[in-house]
Design a protein around this ligand. Structure first.
Ligand SMILES: [Zn+2]
Length: 94
């Protein structure tokens, strides 16, 4: 356990190397830029997932959820076939 200078108030606060640690002086997260970067990355990852056509949302009806699961299933098979074909083509002589 060490100390880290708070990026918000400039005071030294207890730092357990956890990016979510809170400054004991001003109550703001000590992670600073690292934390912002991590949150940005999490948001990007989530945005990418939500753009995926078969992404299952909490608000989807049971029917839509079922369709998306089927869609994901066939997409997985499709990928497997493509991978297999690519392997066959690569393995073909000349
Ligand atoms: Zn602070």
């Amino acid at each position: 356990m060490g100390e880290k200078k708070c990026p918000h108030c400039g005071q030294w606060s207890v730092w357990t190397t956890d990016i979510n640690d809170i400054c004991e002086h001003c109550g703001k997260p000590l992670g600073g830029r690292d934390l912002e970067y991590k949150e940005q990355r999490d948001r990007d990852t989530q945005a990418n997932e939500e753009q995926w056509i078969f992404y299952i949302k909490e608000t989807d009806s049971e029917f839509v959820k079922g369709m998306k699961k089927v869609g994901n299933f066939f997409y997985t098979i499709y990928l497997a076939i493509i991978t297999f074909l690519a392997w066959v083509i690569a393995a073909l002589p000349g």
